[in-house]
Design a protein around this ligand. Structure first.
Ligand SMILES: *[C@@H]1O[C@H](CO)[C@@H](O)[C@H](O)[C@H]1NC(C)=O
Ligand SMILES: *[C@@H]1O[C@H](CO)[C@@H](O)[C@H](O)[C@H]1NC(C)=O
Ligand SMILES: *[C@@H]1O[C@H](CO)[C@@H](O)[C@H](O)[C@H]1NC(C)=O
Ligand SMILES: *[C@@H]1O[C@H](CO)[C@@H](O)[C@H](O)[C@H]1NC(C)=O
Ligand SMILES: *[C@@H]1O[C@H](CO)[C@@H](O)[C@H](O)[C@H]1NC(C)=O
Ligand SMILES: *[C@@H]1O[C@H](CO)[C@@H](O)[C@H](O)[C@H]1NC(C)=O
Ligand SMILES: *[C@@H]1O[C@H](CO)[C@@H](O)[C@H](O)[C@H]1NC(C)=O
Ligand SMILES: *[C@@H]1O[C@H](CO)[C@@H](O)[C@H](O)[C@H]1NC(C)=O
Length: 523
């Protein structure tokens, strides 16, 4: 149990059976008063608001009661209230004058009333000092124009999880001090410039999880102080160029779970944006054309799209990037320089793509990476040196690839054995080929079992050759049937560290003859 809860529970147990203890606080019946200023009524048999709330009370909370109606005189005796909260009650109707004497109210919440379908005009007409109004989880279809006109000091307004489909124009025009507006989880289909006009101080706007498919290009022209914009969970398929250009302070833009097929920084103003967090997960992106003005961007989420390729310069100038999520796309390869100069990167997620090979210098600037996910791709091998640039302890995810456990695997094999803290679930890194190592964890295989066999057809070519090894030299004698001139001999030596050293000799003779080519090679 959470330690902080204990004293409260203890008090409830102590006080409940002995109502008498409460009397010196003047606590209304069916309620609890832990201090004279706080009244909590949570009685499922309470059918009306308590009449005789003490004059000392500043906060009243009425929850899980049976109160269905709020009448005009409900709070006439308590004009001093600062905070009034209704939570999870069966309210059906609130008289437009129910709160008329509560002009000192600073916080009002009416949430969780499954039968409350609307509010009458004038309900909040006396709440000039209100700073926070929460109307969540009710059944409002709409909000009447003018409903919030008196709330000049309001800073937070939440009307989330109702069933509002339409917002009147100019509904919020008097809310010049509003900083946070939450309209999420409704059925809003359209927003436009007039919807948000007047909200000159607005910093956080949530219109996520609605039915918005089309945003007109002037929608955000009146909210220049916005720092966070949540549009996730709508059905937006297209964004007009410069649609966010009036938002120079925007830091967080969430477009997750829409239907976008392309994205580019043309949606912002031309000068460098202040954006730090861009979420485009779960769209239908096949193309991301440019992000180069996003020089402050630290977090970029592009997972669960349909990207099959990215331009080499996509992150050019996006040098603040720390977290890049490209997982669950169709990427088959990545340009070698795509992460070049991104020296602050801490996390790259590339899992669940179709990557079959990586360039050995792909991560050469990611010295400070902490998390690299390459699992569930089509990788058979990793190029030599790919993982040599990392300076800090890091977490690598490599399972779910069809690893080919042959002599080219020595590099990765040694890396896994030497970094057993840094490779997640190495026992899930299984060989796919050759057959005799299939399903065996790479880490369980000895280095000398990782062999390369010459294919049959290459072997027959060597039938005319003999191989003799003496203490310090290797003699290869070959009979060559068809002779090109000049003759080139290429020998590959496999080094201990897995790299291949190639030696090439050319005969200087212009004609085919019995020649001896010799060269000292240090394996
Ligand atoms: C409030 O009314 C209830 C009955 O309705 C009564 O029991 C209680 O003593 C009253 N409290 C005050 C402070 O008047
Ligand atoms: C409540 O408001 C009405 C008029 O709006 C007023 O007549 C009445 O005196 C007020 N009651 C208290 C207790 O302030
Ligand atoms: C509203 O707030 C102002 C400033 O804090 C205060 O002077 C005024 O008395 C408050 N109004 C009411 C009705 O409490
Ligand atoms: C979106 O709205 C604009 C104007 O508001 C209109 O020109 C365009 O056709 C609309 N697009 C869709 C897909 O409805
Ligand atoms: C970024 O925000 C700061 C203030 O938060 C502002 O001064 C600056 O002009 C903004 N940058 C841009 C490019 O708008
Ligand atoms: C990166 O920024 C420089 C100067 O700020 C600019 O000249 C260059 O065009 C930008 N690169 C890209 C790919 O936008
Ligand atoms: C492997 O060893 C050879 C020399 O033995 C060296 O030239 C080469 O750079 C090494 N490769 C790596 C990736 O360490
Ligand atoms: C090459 O050398 C072999 C034996 O050393 C000899 O039998 C053969 O005739 C020589 N061929 C030519 C073209 O000189």
């Amino acid at each position: 149990m959470d330690r902080r809860l204990r004293p409260t529970v203890f008090m409830l147990l102590l006080l409940c059976p002995k109502g008498a203890i409460l009397s010196h606080f003047n606590c209304p019946s069916r309620c609890q008063c832990f201090t004279p200023a706080q009244v909590l009524c949570a009685d499922e048999h309470m059918t009306s608001v308590p009449k005789n709330i003490s004059r000392e009370a500043k906060e009243v909370i009425i929850m899980t009661s049976a109160v269905q109606y709020l009448f005009p005189t409900a709070f006439d005796e308590s004009p001093q209230l600062h905070k009034l909260i209704f939570l999870n009650n069966p309210l059906q109707s609130i008289h437009s004058r129910a709160f008329q004497n509560l002009s000192a109210l600073q916080e009002l919440e009416i949430s969780g009333n499954p039968w409350l379908e609307h509010l009458f005009l004038g309900t909040f007409s006396k709440q000039e000092n209100l700073t926070k109004l929460q109307l969540n989880y009710n059944r409002f279809h709409t909000v009447l124009p003018g409903m919030f006109n008196a709330l000049r000091n309001l800073e937070t307004l939440q009307i989330k999880a109702n069933i509002i489909s339409d917002l009147p124009a100019l509904l919020f025009r008097n809310l010049r001090n509003l900083r946070a507006l939450d309209l999420s989880l409704n059925k809003i289909q359209k927003v436009e410039g007039e919807t948000f006009s007047g909200l000159i101080a607005l910093e956080v706007l949530k219109i996520n999880n609605n039915h918005i498919s089309n945003i007109s290009s002037d929608t955000f022209h009146h909210v220049a102080h916005l720092t966070e914009l949540h549009l996730e969970g709508n059905t937006i398929a297209e964004l007009a160029d410069e649609i966010f250009s009036a938002l120079p302070k925007l830091k967080v833009l969430n477009l997750r779970g829409n239907r976008l097929v392309t994205f580019s920084d043309d949606v912002f103003a031309r000068e460098a944006s202040n954006l730090t967090h861009l979420d485009l997960r779960g769209n239908r992106l096949t193309q991301v054309s440019s992000l180069s003005t996003l020089t402050s961007l630290t977090d970029l989420f592009l997972s669960s799209n349909q990207l099959s390729g990215l331009p080499e310069d996509i992150f050019r100038n996006v040098t603040s990037l720390e977290n890049v999520d490209l997982s669950e796309n169709n990427l088959a390869s990545l340009p070698e320089k795509i992460f070049a100069e991104l020296k602050r990167v801490k996390m790259i997620h590339l899992h669940k793509n179709r990557l079959s090979r990586l360039e050995s210098r792909l991560f050469q600037d990611q010295e400070f990476i902490q998390q690299l996910y390459l699992s569930d791709n089509q990788l058979k091998n990793l190029p030599l040196g790919l993982l040599d640039h990392f300076a800090l302890p890091h977490m690598l995810r490599l399972h779910g690839n069809p690893w080919r456990c042959d002599c080219h695997m020595w590099y990765l094999h040694d890396f896994v054995l030497n970094n057993n803290q840094g490779v997640e679930a190495p026992d899930r890194m299984l060989c796919e080929s050759p057959d005799f190592l299939r399903r065996r964890p790479l880490a369980s295989i000895g280095r000398d079992e990782l062999l390369c066999r010459l294919p049959e057809e290459e072997m027959t070519d060597l039938s005319g050759c003999t191989l003799r090894k003496s203490s310090d030299s290797l003699v290869i004698k070959c009979k060559v049937e068809k002779c090109s001139s000049p003759l080139t001999v290429k020998v590959e030596f496999l080094e201990r560290n897995g790299s291949i050293q190639e030696h090439v000799w050319k005969s200087v003779h212009s004609q085919c003859s019995n020649v001896t080519i010799s060269k000292a090679a240090v394996p």
